[in-house]
Ligand binder design. Sequence first.
Ligand SMILES: [Zn+2]
Length: 189
Amino acid sequence: MVRHVYVQEGALPPDPASVLYQYLTGRNGTFLQAARPGLEVCLPVARASLPVRGLAELRPYFRFARIPAAFLTGMLHEARRQAPYETLFYLRRAAGRWRCELPEQVQTRTSVVPVDPEDPAYRDALAEVHSHPPGAPARFSHDDDRSEQLFRVYVVLGRIGEARPEIAVRLGVYGQFFRLPLRWIFRPR
Ligand SMILES: [Zn+2]
């Protein structure tokens, strides 16, 4: 279920965890808000060009325990090993620690899908990473747009065979995408 709420001055919006996601409209615009354990977001979808009087000022946020950048190095290494096929990784968080998993997957040179999309490891993943074949940029493809339909962070590894690989990150909220800075997702040492 999706909820739409006007947030009056002095009022609090309802708990986003009780719906799939909700749109909040406040003085400064409309925001998409969603929450699951380990990922809580409130991001602008439309800024008000003039203040909407009588509504509350809303503050955007992105709450996510960042993934140590060392995981990126490990995934790039593994993706190179599996080239020219694409590789899929899941990142899950348990007891305050990140874990990277390589699920059973069907790999081709232009696609990668999990063998079992109902696997709890897939459903619980907070971040999903896939590599593109060597030479291909880290650009989310139309196929990626179609298949990345959950609420989680999505990452693409591109130009994996080159000295400076590319990394693209975005947040997916059930098919709506927000490009994010890399530093919101990965934490340098
Ligand atoms: Zn892709």
